[in-house]
Design a protein around this ligand. Sequence first.
Ligand code: 1CP
Length: 357
Amino acid sequence: MSAAADPAPSAAPSDSDLVRAARGLPVSRTPVWFMRQAGRSLPEYRALRAGTGMLAACQDPDLVTEITLQPVRRHGVDAAILFSDIVLPLLVAGVDLDIKPGVGPVVAQPIRSVADVDALPPLEPDRLAFLDTAVRQLVAELGPTPLIGFAGAPFTLATYLIEGGPSKEHARTKAFMYAEPEAWGRLLDRLAVSAATFLRTQVDAGASAVQLFDSWAGVLSAADYAERVLPHSRAVFDGLGSRDVPRIHFGVGTGELLPLIGDAGADVVGVDWRIPLDEAARRVGPGRSLQGNLDPAVLLADRSTVDREVRRVVEQGRAARGHVFNLGHGVLPDTDPGVLTHVVELVHELSMSPAHP
Ligand code: 1CP
């Protein structure tokens, strides 16, 4: 990566350091943003959300705009990520679900049979007017800062629909995948169609990049992932057609899946903290950039540990075609927001100086 003399952000989000790093082009400094940067670690978020349910907040364009902007103003991150949730397209389509505080998404009638799969309602694009409004407002407010749109990948959404809520082993999901391969394929096909609709709406309204969250794909073997999941994630990216925005693809615990995660159609592969970025770059190959991978728990440690680990991630990221600095998973709720601001400053400073020998 080459370092230009002027670190000032360029005028167009499509020429921002985030988009350039995602495409493997030279950047003025390593771009940095944080998964779950909008959310519970910010007191201004808790104040704004008081009295409004998570899913209601996600459908209110003014709240979405304000919550999405909060971490950009406070930390000076190089990208905004839309305030929404991976289960929102399901809710909008008519699935009875809620996000319970302290738990996560809970589905009233989990999918347990082939008939349940066939009863899943489709997502009608005309129900996404609130999303179009929110993204347009945001893009106008953000100016040169790119907005990342996102969706949940078919597998990770299927885990919530089948388990009925958060789970560790995803045993029911895997059992359904093995026992009902045809219905499984149909379920993931449908989820791919709605994820693509959700992403297209965001890109057509002005989002500069997209991230597909397959957070729980790491529970699968490479063989099962390749055969039963990857084609459906690829269908989501293919659903973007010729829309020319970088595609980020992320999962947790995907060390053994990294080449496949790239093959699904990503420009950028998101990596958690278990695999160093130089090793991840070897596994992913030369044609893709990397995003990650500071352990979110490091941000709860003392300042010298934070600095040492940030420095390591920046150094190891130099092995990649392009590097977008991020955490290996979302910001933990107890994180001191001041530490996040410090990390943004440190990544920028370190990435403007030449590599250490
Ligand atoms: O009341 C609250 O504040 C609820 C907490 C919360 C928030 C702030 C949830 C519930 N979702 C969100 C927002 C959210 N969700 C964003 C906002 C943008 C940002 O990053 O700042 C994003 C990108 C998501 C995506 C999401 N939701 C994922 C993929 C990312 C990941 O963390 O792996 C997943 C798995 C979800 C499901 C979900 N929603 C909420 C929770 C607590 C969970 C996880 C539950 C579980 O453990 O299964």
